[in-house]
Design a protein. Structure first.
Length: 87
């Protein structure tokens, strides 16, 4: 969990840091990525603290990862997330 969530947290923080220059939808995506990333980090630390015995921590972290991935796919498919190179 900790290895996967690094990119969404960095991307989310980058988009929210540049909030004046981004669209409202992209800013909302950045906020959601930051929140789901934080939830995943907390769930991963909770899972480490419980030595892998907490199913709830795994479910919460996995759900946050799925939500983050679904948002990436949706944002890319609807062209909210700029995925192309120079045109």
């Amino acid at each position: 969990m900790l290895l996967f969530i690094f990119r969404p947290v960095v991307v989310g923080l980058a988009y929210t840091a540049e909030w004046r220059f981004e669209s409202a939808l992209l800013l909302a995506c950045g906020v959601v990525w930051t929140v789901t990333g934080s939830i995943t980090v907390v769930a991963a630390l909770w899972l480490l603290w419980s030595r892998g015995r907490s199913r709830r921590a795994l479910a919460v972290g996995g759900s946050a990862i799925v939500a983050s991935g679904a948002l990436f796919a949706t944002a890319a498919a609807t062209h909210v997330l700029p995925c192309g190179g120079p045109s």
